[in-house]
Design a protein around this ligand. Structure first.
Ligand SMILES: Nc1ncnc2c1ncn2[C@@H]1O[C@H](COP(=O)(O)OP(=O)(O)O)[C@@H](O)[C@H]1O
Ligand SMILES: [Mg+2]
Length: 231
């Protein structure tokens, strides 16, 4: 029996390559990810970690190959369906991508407003997520007035507030001290326990030691060098 038959493969990459100005950032990546997996993507700076997460989020288009998300071929998603698909993802960008002229509260609330949630729910949910990320005292602040670590917490809060089924977190602890980094990681693992598929990219191998059971995918120069199960 084909072993893909009895697994719920939420993310499938088939021979995916991504080229920037002729240079390959991802080279022929074939990878299956099961629903509910915790994946730690490691590798040095420039390895292709961010590019891998961005092609999944459709923030970048692949040059070659195919990506299926829950059976949907990303190459065939119409632009009208893209917002619906994106809502299944929570993405923490390496450079945060917060809206500078919106408050912390508004940055996080926008996700739920776009999803058409009720205002009473939005208020409760946004405050709850900002409390757990330790940002409840800064709800009225504008992102440019925050430290890098604070912006990162807001970016994480925004990524999870919509309870996405897939969380893509690119260096989510890169601007944090080790204690806050652990808190954010624990926070992401809570969502994993609740059933989300979580992909964390980081060049920092120390983080790996403190993550839950899951799979480590090591990439270098756009190639998967090694995969290992973390026990
Ligand atoms: N928008 C872009 N334009 C040109 N080159 C890019 C772009 N994004 C990434 N790259 C290149 O692709 C390679 C992989 O980058 P990236 O995915 O950011 O690596 P990592 O996240 O592992 O540090 C690097 O050589 C980088 O310079
Ligand atoms: Mg990166």
């Amino acid at each position: 029996m084909n072993d893909t038959n009895n697994k719920n493969l939420i993310i499938r990459l088939f021979n995916v390559s991504k080229r920037f100005n002729g240079k390959l950032a991802l080279k022929d990546i074939t990878l299956d990810i099961e629903q509910g997996e915790f994946i730690f993507i490691s590798g040095p700076s420039g390895a292709g970690k961010s590019t891998l997460l961005k092609v999944l989020y459709l923030a970048e288009k692949v040059s070659e190959g195919q990506i299926l998300i829950d059976g949907m071929n990303l190459a065939r998603i119409s632009s009208s369906k893209l917002p619906v698909l994106r809502r299944r993802f929570g993405m923490v960008f390496q450079d945060f991508k917060l809206i500078p002229n919106r408050t912390v509260y508004e940055n996080v609330a926008l996700v739920l407003e776009a999803a058409g949630e009720k205002s009473s729910y939005i208020k409760k949910k946004v405050m709850q997520v900002l409390r757990t990320t330790g940002m409840e005292k800064k709800i009225k602040a504008l992102p440019p007035t925050l430290s890098g670590g604070e912006q990162q917490r807001v970016a994480v809060a925004r990524a999870v507030v919509g309870e996405p089924s897939i969380i893509l977190a690119d260096e989510p602890t890169g601007s944090l001290d080790s204690k806050s980094a652990q808190a954010i990681l624990d926070f992401l693992m809570e969502y994993h326990k609740k059933g989300a598929t979580v992909l964390v990219a980081s060049h920092n191998l120390h983080l790996l030691e403190s993550t839950v059971r899951g799979r480590n995918i090591e990439i270098n120069e756009g190639i998967i060098k090694r995969t290992a199960t973390m026990l």
